[in-house]
Design a protein around this ligand. Structure first.
Ligand SMILES: [Zn+2]
Length: 118
């Protein structure tokens, strides 16, 4: 069994127990601190896949020839997230000028980053 450093988002208590799952299958936790108003909460590691820097890494790795499976394993996110991100990225690319602003602001530090590694 792996002990995760789960902390209550409200009272920061680490006196936390697992408390079943949500309807979407996410692990729910229960804060045992009786004075805490939080009671149950859900961690949000799934959101990691949507951080701009993660999106960027997904695209960069894909451009370097890594498979969706490889990328998912390296970044510790699901293959679904990776494939959705790539679909999203390439769809934006192919639509053309109208979406260029979105691509630039959201993902495209890509080209500048490749020129200046580190
Ligand atoms: Zn709490």
């Amino acid at each position: 069994m792996v002990l995760l450093p789960v902390q209550c988002p409200k009272c920061q208590s680490i006196d936390i127990v697992k408390y079943g799952k949500t309807s979407k299958g996410k692990q729910r936790f229960y804060c045992k601190n009786k004075e805490c108003s939080c009671h149950t909460f859900i961690l949000k590691p799934a959101y990691r896949g949507w951080l701009p820097e993660v999106k960027q890494q997904i695209v960069e790795m894909n451009l370097k020839g890594k498979s969706i499976r490889d990328i998912a394993r390296i970044l510790g996110i699901s293959t679904t997230t990776v494939s959705n991100e790539l679909k999203n990225f390439y769809r934006c690319q192919s639509i053309g000028n109208d979406t260029e602003m979105y691509v630039n602001s959201d993902i495209a530090p890509l080209s500048t980053k490749l020129e200046k590694p580190g």
